[in-house]
Design a protein around this ligand. Structure first.
Ligand code: SF4
Length: 343
C-alpha cells in the first residue's frame, strides 16, 4: 500500500519506517550525536516527552504543536527515539508502559483526523488490517489481550465466518492498542553501557519524577483502603498461609503499583512465618520490574480467573481493576476528610 506522507506526518507517527529513515542518514555515532548541540536539544525533547507520559491525563498529545520544517521534524523524531533510549537505560517496566501509552495516545489523537487511506497505512505499519468492519478472530484476540473492559471479551462479540465485527470507533481504539502493544514489545532497547552513562542524569531525574507522580496519584499507602482481594491476600500472608504464586504476584505488583518501595513490601512479607529474605527480595525486585518482567497488578477479570477475587463489595461493581478500586476509595475518603464534626 502506498500513501503520500507529508513531513509533519513523520513527526506525528515517529514509529513509521519512513520517520526512522528520515533521521537515519547521519554518519555520527549516538555518542557523538549526544555530545553535540542537536543531541542536547533532542534530549530536552525526549525528557519533555517522558515527563508528559508520566503525568498523562490522556490526550495530552493533541495540544502539541506539530513541527513542519525539516529541522524541527528531525528533532521531534530524535526526541521520540531518545525517550525510548532513556527509558531503556532506566530498566523500569512501569516507565516503559507509561511512555508507550503516551505514544499510542498521541498517535491516536492525530489519526482520528486523518483520511481512511492514511489511517489504514499507519495501521498496516503496526500489523493491523483495517480495511473492513471486522477482524480475523486470532488477530482480534491478540489485539484485545490487554483491554479489560467486558465489551472486548470474545463472548460479547458478534463472530461470523472466523471474523469479529468491529465498529469504526472500536477499530480506531484497537489501532491505538495495537500501537501500544507493538511499541512496548520493542522495549527495552539494547543500549550500550557507554550511552546509558551519558544519560545517567536524565535517567535519575525520570526515576525521581516517576516516584513523585506515584505518590501524588496514590498518596500515602493506606491498607484500610485496599480492595477486598488485596486485603485478603495481605491477611492470609500475615496468618502464615502459603500463598500461591499468582497471589504473591498480585499482592506484590499491587503494592509496587501504589508506590511501595521494595523495602516496604519486604517488610510486609516479614509477617509470613515462612519468610525467607533472599527469596522474597528476589521475587519482589523481579515483580517490581528490575528484570523487565511484567509488573502491573492483574485486572479484576484476571483475578477472577485465578480465584483471587473474593469478598467483592459495592465499589467492586464500579471498577475493573483493583488499582481503580483503591484510587476510587481514596478519592471518596479524601472527600470525607474536610467535613466538620457538625456535618
Ligand atoms: S472485583 Fe476486583 S477489586 Fe473487587 S475484590 Fe474482585 S478483583 Fe478485587
Amino acid at each position: 500500500m502506498r500513501v503520500s506522507l507529508e513531513l509533519k506526518d513523520l513527526a506525528k507517527y515517529p514509529f513509521l519506517k519512513e520517520s526512522q529513515q528520515f533521521i537515519g542518514a547521519s554518519t555520527d555515532t549516538l555518542e557523538q550525536f549526544l555530545s553535540g548541540a542537536s543531541g542536547r536539544i533532542a534530549v530536552r525533547h525526549a525528557m519533555e516527552r517522558i515527563r508528559i507520559s508520566l503525568r498523562m491525563g490522556d490526550r495530552d498529545g493533541s495540544s502539541e504543536r506539530i513541527p513542519s520544517d525539516s529541522i524541527d521534524v528531525k528533532l521531534s523524531i530524535s526526541g521520540y527515539v531518545l525517550a525510548r533510549i532513556i527509558i531503556s537505560c532506566a530498566t523500569d517496566r512501569a516507565l516503559m508502559e507509561r511512555l508507550v501509552r503516551y505514544e499510542a495516545e498521541r498517535a491516536y489523537t492525530y489519526l482520528l483526523d486523518e483520511d481512511d487511506e492514511k489511517r489504514r497505512y499507519v495501521a498496516a505499519s503496526v500489523g493491523l488490517e483495517m480495511g473492513t468492519a471486522s477482524l480475523p478472530v486470532v488477530q482480534y484476540v491478540e489485539t484485545v489481550a490487554g483491554l479489560h473492559e467486558e465489551r472486548w471479551r470474545l463472548i460479547n462479540r458478534d463472530v461470523a465466518q472466523g471474523r469479529v465485527t468491529v465498529s469504526p470507533q472500536e477499530m480506531n481504539e484497537l489501532l491505538k492498542e495495537q500501537i501500544r502493544v507493538i511499541l512496548l514489545r520493542q522495549l527495552p532497547l539494547r543500549v550500550p553501557d557507554k550511552v546509558c552513562s551519558m544519560l545517567e542524569l536524565q535517567v535519575g531525574e525520570i526515576r525521581t519524577a516517576y516516584q513523585k507522580t506515584i505518590l501524588e496519584q496514590f498518596g500515602a499507602v493506606e491498607e484500610d483502603l485496599f480492595p477486598p482481594c488485596i486485603q485478603a491476600l495481605a491477611t492470609a500472608l500475615t496468618a502464615g498461609t502459603n500463598l500461591p504464586h499468582s497471589g504473591r504476584f498480585a499482592l506484590t505488583a499491587f503494592l509496587h503499583n501504589i508506590g511501595m518501595g521494595p523495602a516496604q513490601i519486604i517488610e510486609l512479607y516479614c509477617r509470613a512465618p515462612d519468610f525467607d529474605i533472599s527469596k522474597t527480595q528476589y521475587q519482589v525486585e523481579h515483580i517490581s520490574g528490575r528484570s523487565g518482567t511484567e509488573y502491573t497488578a492483574p485486572s479484576c477479570a484476571a483475578m477472577r480467573t485465578y480465584g483471587l477475587c473474593i469478598k467483592s463489595d459495592g465499589i467492586c461493581t464500579k471498577v475493573n481493576h483493583p488499582l481503580n478500586y483503591y484510587r476510587l476509595k481514596k478519592r471518596k475518603e479524601g472527600k470525607k476528610e474536610p467535613t466538620s464534626p457538625s456535618d
